[in-house]
Write a protein that binds this ligand. Structure first.
Ligand code: GDP
Ligand code: GDP
Length: 418
């Protein structure tokens, strides 16, 4: 699920981390070299230290080319850098007596034995590796602009809505630019945090909790009426069956209204699901008034004390005026408590556009995205809620009735950032 989105975000974290680390390493190496030369004049230390240091600079200069290769190489590069920093540690160990320790002894006569373990490890951390000499590096816009632009393009290609891609880039930039780097892992951690925050803000849309709505309605003796809208083939009938299962497991009794009286086979298909689940279905003949069918289902629920009415509706092209008029009529007659748009995650931008059309026509309260299990791109899952400012309530995650999960923004952030 959402593998491609995950790869894009993690690739960006790697790239920003690599790029800034690389710059730091170059600066650190050249400063270190400069210091060594000064020290050499003063104390003529072991030459092997300088040789190692030069080797690091030379190797660093060749690295940026390999960084331009595909994301797949990222972990390799990170491993390479980690290897490098170990090498720098080695340099430090080799040179301990000759360069750095001598300086610290001059400036700080307190012997190591007298320092607390914490102080020592902090000092060690700062002195070791690539950040030995840079304690004031600040991330600039120039450092990250190209990489974030690349991310924006990749997101758009992955069916992420323009507004969402722009918002993510803006938020990450605001978070990172001006941040001071003190430790080796800072860039990696800061970038990951910045992306996490940007995505959380995109996904964080407050919605209604259906279970509490059912319970509130129950107190007044009324069933909760949910109308499902969306075009054919997205998985609407399967989703109604899944939602029935979900709430039966919570102890409620649903009734289904077969209000797609237009499409050939729709009533039979829904009846098949209802029978398998042992759920009552209210249906009229093909071509009957969909609002009348829904009305009968509500009456049935009231009479039998059932808590939930799930109304299927027709779903030709979302641009079809008759279809939208029909949706409006059902809404007027039934006054549903919730209108849920069902969209197919695999159709990317299309599902976002359809949601906007339905939202404009009847006003939707929430979204169910189906086929998330097969969706590597994740573009619609990331965008759809933000674009229409309505929450995703559930994700369909397979073809069986149990394959539905409640959508939680933090869960999605974990999926794509880790
Ligand atoms: P409708 O025309 O919108 O009512 O669509 P259906 O409910 O008939 O579903 C269309 C197809 O999508 C069927 O083969 C379903 O099994 C399949 N489907 C529905 N939801 C999911 C899902 O979450 N994951 C997967 N993999 N397939 C699904
Ligand atoms: P299209 O060719 O599929 O776009 O169908 P039209 O929108 O031209 O509708 C043809 C006829 O079927 C008209 O008399 C409509 O009133 C009726 N109709 C259209 N859509 C629906 C629908 O979703 N449900 C029902 N019950 N009737 C519909």
């Amino acid at each position: 699920m959402f593998e491609s989105l995950k790869k894009k975000f993690n690739g960006t974290i790697g790239k920003i981390s690599d790029k800034i680390t690389e710059e730091e390493k170059l600066e650190a190496s050249s400063e270190k070299k400069g210091t060594n030369e000064t020290t050499e004049k003063l104390e003529s230390p072991d030459n092997s230290v300088k040789d190692e240091s030069d080797k690091v600079v030379e190797e660093s200069l060749t690295e940026p080319n390999s960084m331009k290769e595909s994301d797949d190489n990222k972990s390799g590069i990170m491993g390479f850098l980690r290897g490098k920093s170990k090498e720098s540690d080695k340099i430090k160990v080799d040179s301990k007596s000759s360069v750095e320790t001598d300086f610290s002894k001059l400036e700080n006569p307190i012997s190591d034995e007298l320092k607390s373990e914490e102080e020592l490890s902090k000092e060690e951390d700062e002195k070791s590796g690539i950040f030995s000499f840079v304690k004031h590096k600040t991330i600039s816009e120039k450092d990250i602009d190209d990489i974030l632009f690349e991310l924006e393009m990749a997101l758009l290609e992955g069916d992420v809505a323009m507004d969402v891609a722009e918002q993510i880039i803006k938020s990450v930039k605001e978070d990172l630019v001006g941040r001071k780097i003190k430790r080796r892992n800072d860039v990696f951690d800061f970038t990951k945090e910045a992306l996490r925050k940007a995505i959380s803000n995109i996904l964080d849309i407050v919605g209604k909790d259906i279970t509490s709505l059912i319970e509130e309605a129950k107190k007044t003796g009324e069933p909760l009426k949910i109308m499902f809208v969306g075009i054919n083939g997205t998985g609407k009938t399967t989703t109604i069956a899944k939602i029935s299962t979900y709430f039966i497991e919570k102890g409620f009794t649903p009734v289904i209204a077969a209000s797609d009286t237009f499409r050939a086979g729709a009533i039979e298909q829904l009846t098949h699901h209802a029978d398998k689940l042992g759920v009552k279905i209210i249906k009229h003949k093909k071509g009957a008034d969909p609002a009348a069918v829904a009305y009968d289902a509500v009456e049935h629920a009231r009479a039998k004390g059932k808590e939930l009415v799930l109304i299927d509706t027709a779903g030709r092209m979302q641009t079809n005026v008759n279809l939208m008029d029909e949706m409006k009529k059902i809404k007027r007659v039934i006054k549903p408590d919730l209108i849920i748009y069902v969209g197919d995650a695999l159709t990317g931008n299309d599902s976002v556009e359809q949601a906007q059309k339905f939202n404009n026509a009847v006003g939707i309260d929430g979204i169910i995205l189906t086929k998330a299990d097969a969706d590597a791109k994740g573009g619609s899952a990331l965008s759809i809620g933000y674009v229409i400012q309505k929450p995703i309530l559930f994700l369909g995650t397979g073809q069986s009735y149990a394959d539905i999960i409640e959508f939680k923004p933090e869960w999605m952030v974990e999926q794509i950032i880790g």
